[in-house]
Design a protein around this ligand. Structure first.
Ligand code: SF4
Length: 192
């Protein structure tokens, strides 16, 4: 038995839960993927072009998906006060509530019953596989800021407290502690 092939075959069947024909609760699979992503993405990635790159589609198709999500009241766009051409997307309260009906929630529940060690091993294995595939294909997958090569961490310690500040060396911008767990399409992992 080839264990690697068997694992990938099973992963393919799991993917069928993510990718489906037609709609579920009124939305297509790509619209669900976009809503899920925008909820978890950092401020640099909540843009139409980052969304297109994450979903793996053209800017035109991403724009159609955003239009649908706006029409349903799940996403809103704001224009930057500095650059009127720059658009930031955010999930509305209604959109956050609607995520309770996400078709992948059944899958999340199935993983949730595993013990913490199994969950960590599964997550880390998927990351390792993605990192290796990235290296082989010269690309970058989307991942959390905390793991990114561009994240700088500055610690300062005074008499009775220590503080930590994060900066993104790519965007030259401060990163709040709460943001380091968010997804970024410009993520780059540490290569060996
Ligand atoms: S440090 Fe990396 S993941 Fe974080 S915002 Fe910058 S490019 Fe994105």
């Amino acid at each position: 038995m080839n264990l690697a092939r068997e694992a990938i075959e099973l992963l393919g069947q799991v993917a069928r839960i993510l990718w489906f024909e037609g709609t579920k609760h009124g939305m297509r699979d790509r619209e669900w993927m976009a809503l899920r992503f925008l909820f978890r993405a950092n401020r640099f990635s909540r843009t139409p072009s980052a969304l297109a790159s994450y979903v793996g589609t053209t800017r035109g198709t991403a724009s159609f998906i955003i239009g649908e999500l706006e029409r349903l009241g799940y996403v809103e766009r704001t224009r930057s006060s500095k650059d009127k051409r720059s658009v930031m997307l955010s999930v509305t309260q209604q959109g956050k509530k609607f995520l309770a009906r996400d078709p992948v929630n059944g899958l999340v529940d199935a993983f949730a019953v595993l013990d913490d060690d199994s969950k960590l091993r599964f997550r880390d294995t998927l990351r390792q596989v993605l990192d290796q595939a990235d290296a082989a294909e010269q690309r970058h997958h989307t991942d959390i800021c905390k793991r990114c090569i561009f994240l700088r961490e500055d610690r300062t310690a005074s008499e009775n407290k220590s503080t930590v500040e994060f900066t993104c060396r790519l965007f030259r911008a401060p990163i709040a502690e709460a943001e380091i767990e968010l997804l970024c399409t410009s993520f780059e992992h540490h290569r060996q």
